[in-house]
Design a protein around this ligand. Structure first.
Ligand code: FAD
Length: 384
């Protein structure tokens, strides 16, 4: 067992760290305040290979691997969580197309995702009455000759405003439950595919989230991913990989918070000495760094297994659950270390806390991760 990253992984981590320090960290407060994202930044990230990190070079990907992706994601999230979630969904999207799309779909869309021509991709699964339980979705795709006609709506779709391409789920058989769901690819601006209401969010405000409406949206049969009825399986497999991205992001936000608070504690004088000399503060620092390191290792293990082509569902859920809950706890403590200043907008701790909150909610809530982990353990001869 070797816990050290390879030279190539270190190089990619450093590249992401340098980019984040130069291009993201200085912009993050304004992105949060204005809730407007500077799209050329996404193009620059694509040029550095960060929008298709697990995609082969033949489709324009950087084929850096899942461990490098996790390391890079943590660096991006340390500087700007809005950018990190955009990168996470885009990489997930590219992989869905690569794994389940026909050659025609792959060559039409993946190079434009990896190269930044599409800015980013979007993943449209959730509906207003189908969140944790996507099998209960109501959107339909009715086959008519060589086409499908889609009707329904989607809720909370990240990057819908900016994305050039979407993966979209709908029921091709209303009576078949999860087995009646199919997945489709659809390009921005397709007739009948409408990006609707923009949601006002608590955090990650540079990452827009919108409703999507499908009104007699007519898609050629060739836009179907894999086979009819494979949609639920595709979504679950994509979310397994997506959870590595969200876990890595949570670690990054937590690290940003505790590193800031630790530096602050060394300079803030109360009772004639830096507050870092008080044991209560030292324990917050020690616990936070320890827990984040544990979270990082758990997420990296899932990334390692995925990279090796082994099963990683349980590990990805464990990593996402632990990293997101720990990062929220770390943000709480880090804000506490700044006292009243932590609560003020002049300091980044309140932003980190808001940005971190959603990591226990999207791509499966913490409760759903626990269901997945328990199911994986109870359904197999689990050996620790
Ligand atoms: C900022 C943001 C961005 C998002 N981006 C996307 C996106 O790009 N694409 C997309 O498809 N979706 C997206 N989502 C949707 C997200 O995945 C869902 O919000 C999430 O899966 C939870 O669904 P819900 O909000 O409907 O909550 P519900 O499913 O209604 O859950 C409410 C509560 O009940 C709990 N609960 C539900 N079922 C169970 C159970 N069986 N056992 C125990 N507890 C349970 C949940 O854990 C939660 O605490 C996004 C959400 C947010 C907030």
């Amino acid at each position: 067992m070797d816990f050290r990253p390879t030279e190539e992984q270190k190089m990619i981590q450093q590249m992401a760290r340098d980019f984040a320090a130069k291009e993201l960290k200085p912009r993050a407060p304004e992105i949060d305040t204005t809730a407007k994202y500077p799209l050329p930044v996404l193009k620059a990230m694509a040029d550095l290979g960060m929008m298709g990190m697990n995609i082969p070079a033949e489709y324009g990907g950087s084929q850096a691997g899942v461990v490098s992706y996790s390391l890079a994601m943590t660096e991006i999230a340390k500087a700007c969580a809005s950018t990190a979630v955009t990168m996470s969904v885009t990489n997930m999207m590219a992989e869905v197309l690569h794994t389940f799309g026909s050659e025609e779909i792959c060559s039409a869309h993946i190079p434009k995702i990896c190269g930044g021509e599409y800015s980013c991709g979007a993943f449209a699964l959730t509906e207003s009455t189908a969140g944790s339980d996507p099998a209960s979705m109501k959107s339909t795709a009715k086959r008519e000759g060589d086409h499908y006609v889609l009707n329904g709506s989607k809720t909370f779709i990240t990057s819908a405003e900016y994305a050039g391409v979407f993966v979209l789920w709908a029921k091709t058989d209303k009576d078949a439950g999860a087995k009646g769901i199919s997945a489709f690819v659809v390009g921005k601006g397709h007739p009948g595919f409408i990006v609707g209401r923009h949601e006002e969010k608590m955090g990650q405000r540079g990452s827009p989230v919108n409703e999507i409406l499908m009104e007699n949206c007519c898609l050629p049969r060739s836009n179907l991913l894999s086979q009819e009825g494979d949609g639920f399986k595709i979504a679950m497999m994509a979310l397994d990989g997506g959870r590595i991205g969200i876990g890595s992001m949570a670690v990054g936000i937590g690290l940003a918070a505790i590193e800031y608070a630790t530096a602050y504690a060394q300079n803030r004088i109360q009772f004639g000495q830096p507050i870092s000399s008080f044991q209560a503060i030292q324990w917050m620092i020690a616990d936070s760094f320890t827990e984040l390191e544990a979270a990082r290792l758990l997420v990296l293990r899932a990334a390692f297994l995925k990279e090796k082509g082994e099963r990683f569902t349980r590990e990805a859920s464990m990593g996402k659950l632990f990293a997101s809950e720990i990062a929220n706890r770390v943000c709480y403590k880090a804000l506490q270390m700044l006292g009243g200043y932590g609560y003020m907008k002049d300091y980044p701790l309140e932003r980190y806390s808001r940005d971190c909150r959603v990591t226990t909610i999207y791509e499966g809530t913490s409760e759903i991760q626990r269901l997945v982990i328990a199911r994986e353990i109870l359904g197999s001869n689990y050996v620790s």
